[in-house]
Design a protein around this ligand. Sequence first.
Ligand SMILES: Cc1cc2nc3c(=O)[nH]c(=O)nc-3n(C[C@H](O)[C@H](O)[C@H](O)COP(=O)(O)OP(=O)(O)OC[C@H]3O[C@@H](n4cnc5c(N)ncnc54)[C@H](O)[C@@H]3O)c2cc1C
Ligand code: FES
Length: 360
Amino acid sequence: MNLLVPVILIGVLIIISVLLILAEKALGGGGEKMLMINDDKVIPVRGDDTVLNTLSEHRIFIPSACGGKATCGFCKFRLIEGGGDIKPTEEPFLSPKEREDGIRLSCQVKVKDNMKIEIPKELLNAKLYKTKVARIQDLTYDIKLVDFELLDPKEMHFKPGQYAQLKVPGIDIIRAYSIASHPKESNHIEMIIRQVPKGLATTFVHKALQVGDKIILTGPYGDFYLQEESEREMVCIAGGSGKAPIRSILAFLKDQGMPRKVRYFFGAKSKRDLYYTEEFEQLSKEYPNFTYIPALSEPLPGDNWTGEVGLITDVVDRNTSDLSESEAYLCGSPGMINACIKVLNKHDIKQENVFFDSFS
Ligand SMILES: Cc1cc2nc3c(=O)[nH]c(=O)nc-3n(C[C@H](O)[C@H](O)[C@H](O)COP(=O)(O)OP(=O)(O)OC[C@H]3O[C@@H](n4cnc5c(N)ncnc54)[C@H](O)[C@@H]3O)c2cc1C
Ligand code: FES
């Protein structure tokens, strides 16, 4: 009798285990699944992690500025087969046309069964870079320049205006930062990072990051970059750390002898928020095609400011005439970008000639 009890218990346990394995298989949870990418690459997947993490494990790096929290909407891909229905967390980021086309957020879709997906070819160029902080420089009281030396791989090839993602060590959060340096300096990536009060990544950069620290970057990403084949006159508008991608674009154009006419409006609150003023004033002395127009919205009495005063939108408005043949590059907060687009529209800019990077 005493022997019978453990035998029955073991039997019950075996039956439960078999049932669990069968249930797991039926639900597609832990078994091996196939993820087919762009009809030419198949990766075997175990477990049921998200498409974003699964691709990253296979060294395919989808932009994910919020680190998978469904707040940036950057991690889009096209789901062709499998994957289940759209989740409420995806809805705010998908237009009716995108839903129709099968566009989804890779941080929200799990690989639970065999799946066929499509991702833009240019994303296959994004890589993971091991870097070392080579230099940190205070540009203002709340903006720092960080220069990363690329260790492995040693070069990143990017278009002027694109961004990279920085992984904060220890807490593993990811944030996007525009590349502020010249694309030809491919062994170094400079970023201009403004401290956001209580911000996780920016507090780390401003309070803890040291020269010599090892940092992981991924990139390059983004469809905000200089239209190199165009000869149109350019209007650039930026505020705060939005100077970063414009600096890269201008460095590239300078190298070419500034072939296009560029007017660069930079909005700041008071003089202590201005930086790289000498660099851009020098550029305007060297190249008559380039004009730098810094503007202060709230100059302090001690600033002795003789330049433009007012909101950047008003300054652009009063210094601009017909923009029907011009191209615009905007960088900064979503509010600033929306307000600037209204002003540009007033001056007849064509929608297809407006490029912007919203630091949301
Ligand atoms: C494509 C792209 C390029 C970017 N390039 C740059 C760049 O070159 N330089 C740069 O400094 N930043 C840039 N950003 C913004 C950057 O990715 C982070 O969002 C920002 O640094 C805040 O990160 P955090 O972790 O410190 O703040 P979080 O911990 O994410 O946020 C803390 C709190 O601050 C709020 N918050 C977040 N961002 C801002 C903000 N910008 N202003 C005010 N409040 C905010 C949040 O809503 C939250 O309540 C870029 C963003 C994108 C999408
Ligand atoms: S990573 Fe930000 S929404 Fe998916």
